[in-house]
Design a protein around this ligand. Structure first.
Ligand code: ADP
Ligand code: MG
Length: 330
């Protein structure tokens, strides 16, 4: 039965690459890293009821388990290449595996990623994906290079995934209290927000475009304030965000008042956009280059000396963010 499940996953994830010398079927995969490149490796686990609500569509779990990892590769400026999939299932549910593999394969195909191995075990539903890629030696984007005077940018729009959770889960719900909610399919104005929650788009092409331009980069998984805070701590600098400059989607603006949109954009997690810094003088170049990658980029603030991240309103007063912990799903 285990081999049957592996075969189902394998047959869906049909993308093959010439640099896979040996893929699924042996004790480990053999992969050819191009000369002059550094291997970039990351892994992330999604646990049912913690990282996604129970009753999330299996296709969406498959997509998202790969997406959160490709997002980490994107934040490093890496070219994605391979993935491994460790799947823990309560039972040998072939229908679940088929649907899961379909969502996983859709995103893998879109980014040319080959599934080269994994593990299949029994237990409470949990998915661990390892993503592998490469970057030319010394060109990786890290968290440590932000300098006072740099501008702060973000790709796409922020707050959509947190907006979807707020629309579709009762406000007092913690992650343990969200059983029985159907969280897939579009309905009303929340369709786009829900898609952003369940099917985040890893910004791989944006990350590639930022090689040699961005001084630091991170993907927004825990919320802008938290993740930009990691960059500031690693780079030993501070950042000021201009709250009025935050990019808000029309779907989010149609669902919440302006103050709530701003809070969701500042502290809502699960967006998987890239937040990065670059020299101010290169703003036009950054904006034009990222417009060509499809997601676009918006200048949202600046790096200054000191520590911590502050969000400022139009009068330069600091914005206090209320507790929005349950949106983080962490
Ligand atoms: P082993 O006991 O040596 O770990 P397994 O039976 O676990 O071997 O796996 C056999 C092959 O199938 C290996 O190549 C492994 O990488 C692959 N594999 C197992 N589970 C998965 C999965 N969920 N997705 C992709 N490949 C898998
Ligand atoms: Mg194994």
């Amino acid at each position: 039965m285990e081999f049957d499940l592996i075969e189902r996953v394998h047959s869906h994830c049909a993308h093959r690459r010439g640099d896979v010398a040996l893929g699924i079927g042996d004790d480990a995969a053999l992969l050819d890293v191009p000369a002059g490149q550094q291997l970039v490796a990351c892994t992330d686990t999604l646990v049912a009821g913690v990282h996604f609500p129970d009753h999330t569509a299996p296709e969406d779990i498959g997509w998202k388990s790969l997406a959160v990892n490709l997002s980490d590769l994107a934040a490093m400026g890496a070219q994605s290449a391979w993935a491994l999939l460790a799947l823990t299932l309560p039972d040998a549910d072939a229908a679940f595996v088929e649907r899961f593999a379909k969502g996983f394969a859709d995103l893998a195909q879109a980014h040319g990623v080959a599934l080269v191995g994994g593990d299949t075990t029994q237990g409470p539903l949990s998915v661990t994906v390892t993503a592998l890629g490469w970057v030319p030696r010394d060109l990786a984007l890290t968290r440590t290079g932000a300098r006072a005077g740099d501008a702060v940018f973000v790709t796409g729009t922020l707050g959509n995934a947190a907006g979807a959770l707020r629309l579709f889960l009762p406000p007092q719900a913690g992650t343990a209290a969200i059983h029985g909610k159907e969280l897939h399919g579009a309905e009303g104005g929340g369709g786009l927000l829900r898609t952003r929650l369940n099917r985040p788009e890893p910004r791989i092409t944006a990350g590639l475009a930022l090689r040699g331009i961005a001084s630091a980069c991170i993907d927004v998984s825990d919320g802008l304030l938290a993740d930009l805070g990691h960059v500031c701590a690693a780079s030993k600098v501070a950042a000021e965000i201009n709250a009025d400059a935050l990019p808000i989607s029309s779907a989010l603006a149609a669902s919440f008042d302006a103050k709530t949109c701003r809070e969701l954009a500042l502290s809502g997690g699960d967006d998987y956009e890239l937040c990065f810094t670059a020299p101010s003088a290169r703003e036009t170049e950054v904006v034009e280059k990222l417009a060509r990658t499809g997601c676009g980029a918006t200048r949202i603030g600046r790096v200054v000396a000191g520590s911590g991240v502050r969000a400022l309103d139009a009068n330069a007063n600091e914005i206090e963010i209320g507790h929005v912990g349950w949106e983080h799903f962490s």
